[in-house]
Write a protein that binds this ligand. Sequence first.
Ligand SMILES: Nc1ncnc2c1ncn2[C@@H]1O[C@H](COP(=O)(O)OP(=O)(O)OP(=O)(O)O)[C@@H](O)[C@H]1O
Length: 346
Amino acid sequence: MSLSLHAEDGLDRGGAGTPLLEARTLTKHFPLGRGAVVRAVDGVDFTVMKGETLGVVGESGCGKSTTARVVMQLIPQDEGQMLFDGEAVGSSALSLKDYRRQAQMVFQDSFASLNPRLTIEDSIAFGPMVHGVPKSGAILRARDLLARVGLDPARFAARYPHELSGGQRQRVNIARALALGPRLVILDEAVSALDKSVEAQVLNLLMDLREEFGLTYIFISHDLNVVRFISDRVMVMYLGEVVEIGPVEELYDDPRHPYTKALLSAMPSMDPDNRTMEAPLAGDPPNPINPPEGCRFHPRCPQAQTICSKAKPALTPVGAGQRLAACHMEIPGSGHSRAPALEDAA
Ligand SMILES: Nc1ncnc2c1ncn2[C@@H]1O[C@H](COP(=O)(O)OP(=O)(O)OP(=O)(O)O)[C@@H](O)[C@H]1O
């Protein structure tokens, strides 16, 4: 098989208009016994465009990592479907094996992701060898990738993970993720464990690699400043659901969902004149085993009205139209009260 180290022919680099990944009503529940179920991901819909970075934010436990693991097919979804470049993942047109080559993931823990008994070059070469690349070719590719992530192959190829710093190990993990020539890379808190100066270097490296290889990223992070820096669009999750998604500057400058407003108001602003006056989030997120009826955010929402506890708001276009928010108050014609279209559901 041939594994390209360059953007694939025909890849719409930076083309905001063509979907690479379409996730439709993805659902993942974890049974806990005695009928209890954690609704970790509950009917999530989103699209990632070719060449873009989609940031994913939300409080701990809202389902970011589970969404990533389902997208990677590390765990199967209970319901829902994914299309990758227009083909259903797991279909005869796109087998799971082919899909897994094209979608790769980098995790937060740079050490746990690497086999301590393998040298750096062997770790990077492992994936291509599993996919049938001869060892000599896989090692050459590994050394090339080491150089591309800023590690001199002559110095680093024969070292072991424990001989590297956290930042160097994460560069190795990035090289390893790129070894199979993926088109989609999921970065799950991939820079969160790094010192700020190292984090900035790795973020710049990720942006360079995205251009060089025509990659598409899903970037999961608790750090809203980092997400703003690297993302083209941002998806906000709350208790297993998407509550808002849209272009990064639009969403940060004019958040529409009350949860997004509260989340951003808790963000340490670089600019003291630019801090929002929204109330910060009160209380802990409710339990994903027994989420509230209607809008799941309503028990903590300063704008909640009667409808919010009764009917689930659908993701609805807001603002300039490239953004969606799931809030009854944003549904056109609702007059900031009960939305007529939802009266029946109440
Ligand atoms: N294997 C599992 N079994 C049972 N519950 C799980 C499992 N994996 C995740 N969960 C639960 O699913 C919910 C979503 O977890 P997930 O790790 O996806 O959230 P997250 O937003 O990534 O959180 P964090 O930011 O802390 O990583 C949480 O309540 C979590 O405890």
